[in-house]
Write a new protein. Structure first.
Length: 162
């Protein structure tokens, strides 16, 4: 195109593309996408009920229900969902119900002697004083990723947010 315009020939960009397409000279460029490393923030646990992760997300639950909030708790060793709660509101009580369901289902004898760690993101439900007090009563320690001053990304909550 530049050579033709230097010689004084009027050239339209669309015409050049059409001619190149007709002669088989047009190559479609591949769209480059950023690759996500799935290992970012992944937590490895040696045995079940050692490290759990929890997160909350907003999902479409159908026209009868509308938008709802799903709180999930997964075991980092077995990658199983050990507790969950679905509700219309985004509240601390809903996050607590998911954790309590997981404790009742997976640790019927109690969670105090299990040395269990729960890792969450820095959402308001998971940083509330009520949530932290309940975890303390259950004997669940808070994961080391709960540093509020550091920058939080989608992968900082590891397996559950990815």
């Amino acid at each position: 195109m530049v050579a033709a315009t230097e010689k004084g020939l009027p050239v339209n960009r669309k015409r050049v593309l059409r001619v190149m397409r007709e002669r088989g000279l047009l190559v479609r460029s591949r769209r480059l996408r950023a690759r996500r490393k799935k290992e970012w923030g992944r937590v490895e646990a040696a045995e079940p009920n050692q490290i759990w992760q929890s997160d909350m997300t907003k999902i479409w639950a159908g026209p009868a229900v509308g938008w709802a909030y799903l709180v999930c708790v997964i075991d980092c060793c077995t990658r199983e969902i050990v507790g969950w709660n679905l509700s219309h509101r985004c509240r601390t009580e809903d996050a607590l119900r998911a954790v309590e369901q997981a404790v009742l289902e997976r640790l019927p004898s109690g969670s105090r002697e299990e040395n269990l760690t729960l890792t969450t993101d820095n959402g308001t439900q998971f940083t509330s004083s009520r949530f932290l007090e309940t975890l303390g009563r259950l004997g669940i320690t808070i994961g080391e990723r709960r540093i509020i001053t550091r920058k939080v990304t989608a992968t900082s909550n590891g397996s559950i947010a990815a």
